[in-house]
Write a protein of this length. Structure first.
Length: 250
């Protein structure tokens, strides 16, 4: 299993009808789960393998003993397919997808070897369709590996989505804080402009009303007392709408 692909084994879970204990529960993004069952009946298949690798599609081999072995093997493979069909019906009845947290309405029935599934499908060509109708997926090792890799890919996409969501949230916060900073800068600029206006008004009063009287009282030359210069520079106003307050932006 890859990083972020979590699973638990033999965990008891309570469904709507009864308690169940699936062999494997694979965690999916969004707190969902996928159930994998591995209790496949193999006795008939193993007995058939002990009789030898006789292909039932070929003509029966010569000799009564060999022919009898071939018939017995075909009967065992038919019994194997029948047992697997009964197991599929049992899995469909358990309804693992009703367990809280399970989203897909299916259960994966793991077949430990490709040849085991192929033998059952050879004896019962409609087994695969029957399993799908009962919301059961017959999965060989390669099929199960493909499913798990798909889950791993989904986890990676989920992580990317979370990262993108976090970046978007940080960008939104930065944008809002820039607006607040712009409002504070505007207030500071207004305060500076008010201070400059008051300074210039005070200089004007000093030059026009105070200094003439002071010169007369002290009989000083006009060049003796010099009025402070006016401050002509004004704070630069913010023009970007993102940095202006609601009232100024309007």
């Amino acid at each position: 299993m890859l990083r972020h692909v979590d699973f638990v084994e033999q965990v008891h879970s309570a469904g709507h009808d009864s308690a169940v204990r699936p062999d494997l529960v694979v965690q999916l993004p969004g707190e969902k789960q996928l159930v994998v069952d591995a209790k496949v009946p193999l006795s008939s298949y193993l007995e058939a393998q002990e009789l030898g690798a006789v292909d039932p599609r070929l003509t029966q081999p010569a000799g009564p003993e060999s022919a009898n072995d071939g018939r017995n093997r075909q009967a065992l493979l038919a019994a194997h397919a029948k047992a697997l069909r009964a197991h599929v019906d049992a899995l469909g009845t358990k309804k693992y997808w009703d367990i809280p947290g399970n989203s897909p309405e299916l259960v994966v029935c793991f077949i430990p070897a490709e040849s085991i599934l192929a033998a059952a499908l050879t004896a019962d060509a409609g087994l695969l369709d029957h399993a799908l109708s009962r919301n059961v997926v017959l999965a060989s090792p390669s099929t199960l590996l493909a499913v798990l890799k798909s889950v791993a890919f989904t986890w990676r996409q989920d992580v990317l989505t979370d990262s993108a969501r976090e970046l978007f949230e940080l960008a939104r916060q930065l944008y809002d804080r820039m607006g607040t900073l712009g409002e504070n800068v505007t207030k500071l600029g207004s305060s500076l402009k008010t201070s400059v206006d008051r300074y210039n008004a005070m200089v004007g009063t000093l030059e026009a009303r105070i200094l003439p009287t002071a010169r007369k009282l002290n009989s000083l030359e006009e060049s003796g007392l010099v009025a402070p210069p006016l401050v002509e520079a004004t704070p630069r106003a913010l023009v970007a709408p993102e940095l202006q307050g609601d009232d100024q932006a309007a």
